[in-house]
Ligand binder design. Structure first.
Ligand code: SDX
Length: 437
């Protein structure tokens, strides 16, 4: 075995330090011993946006950005999307193994029996203006569920933890559907426990006066695949928030609401909505070259392109493109796809994007499918949050059960004033201050 150590010479003191390398990395805390003198705090790693910092050890999701690889608990995303249902994959992410038939039956049954929302949640939703953004309603309503389930604060009780995790996974489609119905002024549709996870979501979204909702099987399967693709993505921005908020031992509803708030940003999960706005702004294939020039001039970002980890094609984007063909066979082709394909074609041939390794990410094509399925763009990020709730909860529980983890509290490099004191005229006793009023 090679000598798994790193030897560092501090040229300020000529001292050398030998740090152990574990799994190819050093512990940042091992840098603290490197001091210029006894009064020195010691060396830290300065890493804005955590470009090269591992915050945890995790066994849930593996990504190889250069090779365009994504695996959940070791299984390639392509195999899971092709052969599994979303609830099977949810079970895998949470438990580390795919469920047996009996385990799947019990898991599906458990989720089905937690899809209802407490009636106060409906009153809570009624407080929103009709044109409130669905993501803001979603975030708020998830947080409000903590008031319904005070037992969720028992985060060290494994049974209570799992019960509230199941409640969240079961209820986020209901919350999403209720937000959607509220924005249209439609009555809420209660869950139908005879339907699958995706079919029940469609039922709560779109059932009107028919006695039983019948989901189009192609659309239901497409939604299930999209849920699988969005379920987890290791330490992305929102997962980092889930772990950070959860590390203070906040309840899972508050932590999930915080993670959803992070996801809502246009650089993260909000990108799918921005992609549709961008395609609308471009308007036609003929306008694509002019828009690409605006991107290259730094005026706008090409939404749905680029990724912190993937420096090759996002494997999810490839599967989504395949899924789009299935949906368009039912709904008719979304003309925006032609603009998106032209945009991708030009970008992949242009030095600006090639040099920066900018490829379509998961958000580039998903919105085009969602729109063809009948969703409005402002609901797209809610559609991302539903399946990602599983990933957030898997990351959250892994953090809570990791003996190395404690409350997250980064350090800083201070760049402000050295100590200074109030001047005589700044000093004023409270009575003199009021005397001047
Ligand atoms: C998701 O982390 C995850 O795993 C997230 C996610 C998940 O499943 O959780 O995969 C989901 O959030 C996907 C990303 C969705 N966001 C977008 O599509 C928004 C557009 N993309 C960019 O904002 C950007 O690519 C990020 C935010 C995704 C990544 O940003 P980075 O890694 O911080 O890269 P950067 O901003 O430092 O960019 C490097 C260079 C810069 O150019 P220079 O300053 O070197 O000249 O690439 C350029 C950037 O200007 N660049 C882009 C670009 N993305 C990066 N230029 C034009 N269009 C873009 N989209």
């Amino acid at each position: 075995m090679a000598n798994e150590t790193l030897t560092i010479t501090d040229n300020r003191t000529r001292l050398t330090y030998t740090l152990p390398i574990t799994d190819g990395n050093i512990r940042s805390m091992d840098l603290r011993q490197i001091k210029k003198d006894a009064s020195d705090f010691g060396v830290m790693g300065y890493d804005p946006a955590f470009m090269n910092t591992a915050s945890c050890r995790s066994a849930i999701t593996f990504i190889d950005g250069d090779k365009g690889i994504l695996r959940y608990r070791g299984y390639p995303i392509e195999e899971l999307a092709e052969s599994c249902t979303f609830l099977q994959v949810a079970y895998l992410l949470l438990n580390g193994e795919l469920p047996t038939d009996n385990q799947l039956h019990d898991w599906e049954d458990s989720v089905r029996h937690h899809t209802m929302l407490h009636e106060t949640s409906k009153q809570f939703l009624e407080g929103f203006h009709h044109d409130a953004h669905p993501m803001s309603m979603f975030i708020s309503t998830v947080a409000a569920l903590a008031t319904v389930y005070p037992d969720s604060r028992n985060i060290h009780d494994a049974a209570a933890r799992r019960l509230n995790m199941t409640r969240l996974i079961a209820k986020v489609p209901t919350i999403a559907a209720y937000c959607y119905r509220h924005s249209l002024g439609y009555p809420y549709v209660y869950p139908d426990n005879e339907l699958s996870y995706a079919e029940n979501f469609m039922n709560m979204l779109w059932r009107m006066v028919e006695p039983k909702f019948r989901a189009n099987p192609v659309m239901a399967r497409a939604l299930d695949i999209l849920f699988i693709l969005h379920a987890d993505h290791e330490q992305n921005c929102s997962a980092n928030v889930m772990r950070s908020v959860g590390s203070s031992q906040a309840d899972p509803y508050s932590s999930t609401a915080a993670a959803a708030a992070a996801l809502s940003g246009p650089l993260h999960g909000g990108a799918n909505e921005e992609v549709l706005k961008m395609l609308d702004e471009i308007g036609s294939k003929d306008n694509v070259p002019a828009y690409v020039k605006k991107v290259k001039d730094g005026e706008v970002k090409l939404m749905g392109f680029g990724h912190r980890i993937y420096k090759n094609y996002d494997p999810r984007a490839r599967i989504i493109k395949w899924t789009a063909d299935q949906v368009f066979a039912v709904t008719g082709r979304n003309p925006k796809l032609d603009i998106a394909l032209e945009l991708e074609k030009i970008a992949l041939e242009d030095e600006y994007f090639v040099k920066r390794k900018l490829y379509p990410n998961v958000d580039f094509y998903s919105g085009i499918i969602y729109q063809a399925m009948g969703f409005k763009p402002d609901v797209f990020t809610v559609l991302f949050a539903i399946p990602r709730t599983v990933g957030w909860l898997a990351q959250w529980e892994e953090m809570l059960t990791d003996p190395e983890q404690k409350i997250a509290r980064p350090r800083q490099v201070y760049t402000g004033y050295a100590e200074r004191h109030l001047t005589t005229e700044q000093k004023s006793t409270p009575q003199s201050a009021t005397a001047n009023r």
